[in-house]
Design a protein around this ligand. Structure first.
Ligand code: COI
Length: 377
């Protein structure tokens, strides 16, 4: 539906007329912020529900130095993507947006915040995407990444829920999350590169198992997408990167024995026809890509198990892969555990490659969407 106010009308008209005029080098897109034209903002107080929001020009937001989010980390975020449906057409596709809306509601309950309704959430996301349509990459070059944020914006001093909240949605065009660093990887003799696959962004990543730093603890917030789950892993991630690894795998904090997830994505291991992923019991983010890959894999005849996966099982795995909205499906070429480097299959015939293609074809409208996962705008 079309926006009511004249400012919003203007946003849409600007977005449409400018569609051809972004001077971006689409081939050089990685996963860095490219500022777009508009963001969506909606506000409410602790004792009220969100009512109406509006598109604003993209820009800084003003916050009290004593806002709940800055002082006590009262905030949540989501990650979503919009793809162009046809090569030259107008259609854009979102993927399972109601899942993100519901996940934000679950997280908001955990973090003592009011949350937008599912309809408000999806409306805001659609408006943000349509207003920034000229920033959606051409098909095959990436996606428009959408970042809904829910933050305690009102001032607090003593520890308490903030009195006011902001729901903000902004967007940025993105390409591949884990850009391959050919020089580093080559020097470490990590890969024999398949250049065709590489050009499509299909490049194995290299992980290291972290035993000292934990991402989440039972009873904590590892199972919701709070902003405060992310800064605490930066140190381990930075150290791993300095050693030539792409990212870190975290273990459970009680026994230091079971795989949990990587800093920004969920984990799967493949052994024969069985695909296993760590069960979400509150310390692991219930990823929407994770859930979709499990459903696809079952439909394609794989036995999918959600269970405790011991780190030792990596020694027998044929394949390991990561999933996430930003990452999509990333093949894992190696995992280093206690100094031992374990290698896995990642090529054109791998299970991860097959599942990746099935998923992305649905997300981009190239395959029939039998499960009604995509929403066209
Ligand atoms: C996503 O995959 O959308 C995420 O939110 C992970 C983030 C660290 C980029």
């Amino acid at each position: 539906s079309r926006p009511a106010s004249s400012f919003q009308q203007q946003c849409f008209d600007t977005a449409r007329s400018d569609e051809e005029r972004t001077d971006i080098d689409w081939d050089a897109l990685g996963f860095g912020l490219v500022q777009t034209d508009f963001m969506y903002v909606m506000r409410c107080t602790l004792d009220r529900e969100f009512s109406t929001g509006a598109l604003n020009k993209y820009g800084n937001i003003e916050l009290s130095p004593s806002s709940g989010v800055i002082n006590y980390g009262q905030g949540l975020f989501e990650g979503m993507k919009a793809y162009r449906k046809e090569e030259k057409g107008n259609g854009l596709l979102l993927f399972r947006p109601e899942e993100n809306a519901i996940r934000m509601q679950v997280g908001a309950e955990r973090m003592c915040m009011p949350s937008p309704s599912v309809d408000q959430f999806i409306h805001a996301v659609k408006q943000t995407v349509l207003a920034n349509k000229r920033w959606v990459p051409p098909r095959g070059k990436g996606a428009l990444y959408i970042r809904p944020l829910l933050i305690g914006s009102g001032p607090v001093l003593g520890l308490a829920p903030a009195p006011e909240y902001m729901f903000v949605v902004y967007a940025s065009p993105v390409g591949t999350y884990f850009k391959v660093n050919l020089v580093v990887s080559h020097r470490k003799n990590f890969d024999v590169f398949n250049l065709d696959l590489l050009q499509e962004g299909w490049a194995p990543i290299h992980l290291v198992v972290e035993e000292k730093v934990h991402r989440a603890t039972p009873g904590g917030t590892g199972g919701v997408k709070t902003i405060s789950n992310y800064a605490p892993v930066l140190k381990a991630q930075k150290q791993a990167k300095s050693q030539g690894f792409t990212d870190v795998i975290y273990l459970d904090s009680v026994e230091n024995k079971y795989l949990e997830e990587a800093s920004s994505c969920n984990l799967f291991i493949v052994k024969g026809n069985v695909i296993s992923t760590p069960v979400t019991t509150g310390t692991i983010l219930p990823g929407i890509t994770r859930k979709s890959i499990m459903e696809i894999a079952r439909d394609y005849g794989y036995q999918v198990e959600e269970r405790l996966v011991a780190v030792e099982e990596l020694c027998d795995a044929d394949e390991v892969f990561c999933t996430g909205t930003a990452v999509v499906v990333a093949p894992v070429g190696s995992i280093t555990y206690r100094g031992q480097r374990l290698q896995f299959q990642t090529g054109d015939t791998s299970v991860s490659r097959k599942l990746h293609k099935i998923l992305v074809d649905i997300q981009m409208g190239l395959a029939k969407d039998e499960r009604n996962w995509t929403v066209e705008i």
